[in-house]
Design a protein around this ligand. Structure first.
Ligand code: DHE
Length: 580
């Protein structure tokens, strides 16, 4: 998918807000393009491609042909399911179950889809995004019961599981001269590939096929194995010791997924991998050598607060604890963080922590003991003590939609160790104290708010050896902002209104075509360079810009026709050791 179509389809996130009044005739309909947070809703494209049957007809059901139903289903998964749920039971958006849609009726739905509402519903019809026929079919589709996409259990996983090179056929020592610890795994999103790029020479060592709309990479504790997950829930395991690093195993863990991680606790290094799915709502623990699926656990269950059943709580970020043989699994819609003890996966012990709803991403503090994670639709950061398996705090980030990635750890001149997150919905950066021993007065409090380039930020980054905090803004509608990065000097953060320097990354890349977005800084192993992706449409030129962290000058631009839509970058050492 091209960047422009991605932006359009994610921009279309929340379809119907049926609680909104029908005041569209007087007010301007909401335009999701105006609001960066609305443009970052999941687009469940892979699920939309699955052929589904029209659910059994009941008296009074509207008539739809199978092809009308299939294409409406596809539109629903691309544009609406991210907010309203696969089964339309509601997620960050309202429920669209038939008890509600039938109460409102066909005309109401058709008009709502056509004109939108100021409360968040885009005007699909009048904007020309949907034809009259599509609007009519969508209104009828919503009056029918949702068709549940298929489950994906052990049989399906084992069928999809392939060991490409068996462990006994793999090298017993590293067979290449690559400095693996300084290698970067770069997501080539729309190509469904990753590029392995040498951190010193900037040379592309390999391009490896992975899953569809590939999302993130994580690295085994030893640094030998790289795990990559695509949005189609395909996990690819790559052996970095091979002469030519390549896939040694793969598996599909569901139909839609975003997260993968490996066991990092002492004694369990490289033993297990885990992947979480958006659909079906579940995670699976796999053998760390072969990806053999060992234990699947559903996340369906009660929401943490209202304690009502949720049929499809998605798995968001997963993190491997350094303090215990545990995985921390963020369950988005129930608002629970599961601490999954993998010391005996036959007698799996799961500590369920009530956190906050719509958990998304997060990372560790500088000691790696505390996990700070965003419940982004509720503007909160939840802190978990991974040593005690307890919740320590829930903090307001005081900005709209915190989106930390894994966050950034810096040594603040006044407040000591702090962790930072930027926000999707505004220009603020929240700094949270993380040192209960040395700085107890500031621990788990928002100690400072910085003002950066603008809304639409996704990632912040720093490094223990750096005096800089970098803040991107890739989803900002202004091309100058989405093409730049703000840099705060850490030793100047005690000033009343700390200023930032703007790095014109797109300009440095020398790319004039399209609106490339600068996304996700990632340091090299030494911490003296930071790399930024210049993410353009698939048909246009993209690049990676390397910045000298000391001088804040451009050091190098990596360009190659194989670098299609580069987004996330994962330095092997920093990712396996959780340095950020
Ligand atoms: Fe991501 C991490 C989900 C869109 C780039 N993204 C994550 C994580 C989740 C997530 C749950 C945490 C994984 C973990 O730590 O285990 N992302 C989602 C979505 O649901 C969403 C909003 C929409 C979708 O349909 O997927 C989405 N993500 C995007 C993008 O559009 C980005 C910018 C470009 C891309 O490549 O798709 C993007 N997401 C990333 C990156 C990370 C990530 C680079 C890892 C950051 C890190 O430093 O660890």
């Amino acid at each position: 998918m091209s960047l422009s179509s991605l932006t359009r389809s994610v921009a279309a996130g929340a379809l119907l807000s049926l609680s909104a009044s029908l005041s569209y005739a007087q007010d301007k309909p909401a335009d999701h393009g105006d609001d960066a947070s609305a443009s970052y809703q999941p687009s469940l494209t892979t699920l939309g491609q699955i052929q589904v049957e029209i659910p059994g007809r009941k008296p009074g059901d509207p008539v739809m042909t199978p092809s009308e139903y299939q294409s409406s289903n596809q539109i629903y998964f691309q544009r609406c399911a991210g907010c309203h749920g696969v089964l339309r039971a509601g997620a960050t958006g309202k429920a669209l179950t038939t008890d509600i849609t039938r109460e409102n009726g066909y005309e109401y739905l058709r008009d709502f889809i056509t004109y939108g509402s100021p409360a968040g519903m885009p005007n699909w019809g009048t904007s020309g995004e949907m034809t009259e026929e599509q609007v009519d079919a969508m209104a009828r589709y919503l009056l029918l019961d949702p068709a549940a996409p298929p489950e994906w259990g052990m049989a399906e996983m084992r069928n999809s599981w392939k060991v490409v090179v068996a462990p006994e056929d793999r090298p017993t020592e590293k067979m290449n001269d690559i400095d693996i610890d300084n290698l970067f795994s770069v997501t080539l999103r729309d190509a469904g590939q990753i590029a392995l790029i040498d951190g010193a020479s900037y040379e592309i060592k390999s391009i490896i096929d992975t899953g569809y709309a590939v999302h993130i990479s994580r690295i085994s504790a030893s640094g030998r194995y790289l795990f990559v997950i695509g949005r189609d829930a395909k996990v690819v395991m790559i052996d970095l010791w091979m002469k030519e690093p390549g896939a040694v195993a793969e598996i599909k863990v569901g139909s839609e997924a975003r997260s993968v991680e490996t066991s990092k606790f002492e004694g369990y290094e490289d033993k297990y991998a885990i992947a979480g799915a958006y659909w079906p709502p579940q995670f699976v623990i796999m053998d760390g050598d072969t990806l053999e699926p060992l234990r699947i656990k559903s996340t369906r269950g009660m929401t943490y607060d209202e304690q009502e059943f949720h049929p499809e709580p998605r798995v968001a970020a997963i993190l491997g604890s350094h303090y215990k043989p545990e995985f921390l699994v963020n369950v988005k819609e129930t608002g629970k963080i599961l601490m999954v003890d993998y010391s005996d996966i036959d007698a799996l012990k799961v500590t369920e922590i009530n956190a906050e709803r719509f958990l998304h991403d997060g990372g560790l503090d500088s000691t790696r003991r505390y996990f700070l994670t965003a419940a982004n639709a509720r503007g909160k950061i939840v802190v978990i003590d991974t040593k005690e398996s307890t919740k320590v705090a829930v903090i307001e980030s005081e900005g709209e939609t915190p989106h930390p990635g894994r966050g950034a750890n810096i040594m603040h001149p006044t407040y000591g160790p702090v962790w930072a997150t930027s926000h999707l919905g505004d220009d603020t950066v929240a700094l949270i104290g993380t040192d209960p021993e040395g700085n107890p007065d500031h621990a788990w409090k928002m100690v400072q708010q910085l003002y950066s380039l603008g809304g639409g930020s996704l990632f912040v980054k720093s490094h223990p050896t750096s005096n800089h905090l970098y803040v991107d803004a890739p989803l900002n509608p202004d091309a100058e902002i989405s093409g730049s990065v703000a840099v705060f000097k850490i030793d100047e953060l005690s000033q009343e209104e700390p200023e930032y320097t703007v790095l014109p990354i797109v300009e440095w890349a020398g790319i004039a075509e399209g609106q490339p977005r600068v996304v996700q800084g990632e340091f090299n192993k030494e911490g003296n360079e930071i790399w930024f992706s210049v993410w353009n449409a698939a048909s246009l030129e993209s690049a990676i810009v390397v910045v000298n962290d000391k001088t804040l000058e451009m050091k190098h631009v990596i360009k190659d026709e194989r670098l299609i839509t580069p987004t996330g970058k994962f330095n092997v050492f920093n990712t396996r050791a959780d340095v950020y």
